[in-house]
Design a binder for this molecule. Structure first.
Ligand SMILES: Nc1ncnc2c1ncn2[C@@H]1O[C@H](COP(=O)(O)OP(=O)(O)OP(=O)(O)O)[C@@H](O)[C@H]1O
Length: 456
């Protein structure tokens, strides 16, 4: 029989009772600690958490009132409001039992005890403690409205070669616990890809917890990530688990990692490196088992050079690094995304599914998509609602491929520029002559002639 690793604390002033309970419990539980002086309880709690405390009711000689037991029970609850305490007494009666339960004890055991009965009570109470922890964690996750987001993501549209590469990386790395850093412009689908990693990982059945580091007030960073104990600061009315603890056994996704204040980056690094955290106001270290995925739309390497992001942290989080291409570099995905979102929003708003003209599609191919897929999604939604007739019309901002605007031509020779543009367009449209010709604003025969002329 394998021993449970739940920790139990036994507090009794009678040395024989401590020896007997320890011998009995040690057959089933790896960690059994005994104390003959209740004044040492706080010190023991500062060092580790206990799944159960067996507590005597009377410590002073000839005392039978149980008042001491009640006092120490309250002290334990003040140290850890979730502590599961079972009271022991040789002089127990029903009124004492009721009083103890009212004060937060989980059960009551009369001395002398029967071994089987004591073991059954301990096992039940430990189950209760585990259940209580789980419920608390689920409630907190639900409060963060993350439970709903925990469903697998089904709407992943991608057929471009650039995205194929991303999928190959996911296939290779998802089942390892390697830290993943996802880079890419805003709206390119970094969170979608993080969820995809989780969905294909060995932790898929556990929580995927997403934290937007850009929205946490800097004063609350530490407590949001690592939790706090009751009274750690003015508003800390009760113990609260941080996101690292809530994501235990699952995946923690830290979005906008570049927003982590420099003074907290060291603590983050220690937590990731040692897999332990210390809640604010607490002294106990808590072990955590998470898979870490981070994302950012800024250049972290530049941030390291500027001194606003720690290099050691970067090298800790980027074991696997993925750069998501902007939408303008994956034109093959545009028609698929438009079609997907057209159906989605037509259904949502109970409107007929409209088609898209070739001209409009051309406009979408040459558009720069500064907001990437998020922008496309919103534009399609608006077009589904507002377009007259049976075709979709898009209200595009006045931007063209940013590279075309941003980059100076590498040559001023018009023929060379034409050749480079044709080669680039052919690569973008994966050799599709119709789409390339449309994007270039020429006919298919004209494109063939030019390809022949330049030997493309
Ligand atoms: N491949 C895809 N197929 C369908 N929809 C997608 C795809 N990728 C992203 N989206 C949608 O685009 C929107 C933006 O995606 P997401 O939030 O993952 O981007 P992000 O890169 O994390 O953005 P930010 O940097 O602003 O946090 C979401 O509504 C998401 O559902």
């Amino acid at each position: 029989m394998s021993l449970s690793d739940k920790a139990i604390l036994v507090v009794d002033d009678n040395a024989e009772i401590l020896i007997a309970t320890k011998m009995l419990l040690k057959q089933h539980y790896k960690k059994v600690m005994t104390l003959d002086n209740p004044h040492d309880i706080a010190q023991a709690f500062a060092k580790q958490s206990f799944s159960l405390v067996l507590l005597d009711m009377n410590f002073t000689r000839d005392s039978t009132s149980g008042a001491e037991g009640f006092y120490w029970l309250k002290q334990i609850k003040a140290l850890d409001e979730d502590a599961v305490v079972v009271l022991f007494t040789a002089f127990g009666d029903m009124s004492m039992a009721v009083e103890a339960i009212k004060l937060g004890a989980s059960d009551f055991v009369l001395k002398p005890w029967q071994n089987e009965k004591l073991l059954a009570t301990v096992a039940n109470c430990i189950d209760l403690s585990t259940q209580r922890q789980k419920t608390k964690k689920l409630n907190q996750i639900a409060q963060l409205s993350l439970a709903a987001q925990n469903r697998p993501f089904e709407n992943l549209i991608a057929a471009s070669p650039a995205m194929e590469q991303v999928f190959t990386t996911i296939e290779k790395a998802a089942k390892t616990d390697a830290n993943v850093l996802i880079l890419g412009e805003s709206g390119t689908g970094k969170e979608v890809i993080a969820r995809e990693f989780h969905k294909h990982s060995l932790r898929a059945k556990d929580t995927f917890l997403s934290v937007d580091m850009g929205t946490i007030a800097s004063s609350l960073f530490e407590s949001e990530l690592f939790g706090h104990t009751k009274g750690a600061f003015t508003d800390a009315k009760e113990n609260k688990q941080g996101r690292f603890e809530l994501a235990d056994m699952g995946t923690l996704f830290l979005d906008e990692i570049a927003n982590t204040p420099l003074e907290l980056q060291g603590k983050l690094l220690t937590a990731i490196q040692n897999r332990v955290i210390t809640p604010v106001g607490g002294s106990k270290q808590i072990e955590i088992d998470i898979r870490l995925i981070t994302a950012t739309n800024v250049n972290l390497y530049d941030r390291v050079r500027e001194g606003s992001f720690r290099q050691d942290l970067l090298y800790r989080i980027n074991t696997v690094e993925i750069t998501l291409p902007p939408l303008r570099d994956r034109p093959q995905d545009i028609p698929l995304l438009v079609e997907f979102y057209t159906h989605l929003y037509s259904e949502k708003y109970k409107l007929p599914v409209k088609s898209i003209s070739d001209n409009t599609l051309d406009e979408l191919f040459t558009y720069a998509w500064p907001g990437n897929i998020r922008e496309l999604q919103h534009l399609v939604e608006r077009a589904v609602i507002l377009s007259d007739g049976n075709q979709l019309h898009f209200q595009l901002a006045n931007t063209q491929h940013s590279e075309a605007i941003a980059l100076k031509p590498i040559t001023y020779n018009l023929a060379e520029i034409e050749q480079i543009t044709i080669e680039q367009a052919l690569a973008d449209f994966k050799g599709n002559i119709s789409h390339t010709a449309k994007a270039l604003g020429i006919t298919r025969p004209s494109l063939y002639r030019k390809m022949e002329k330049y030997g493309v």
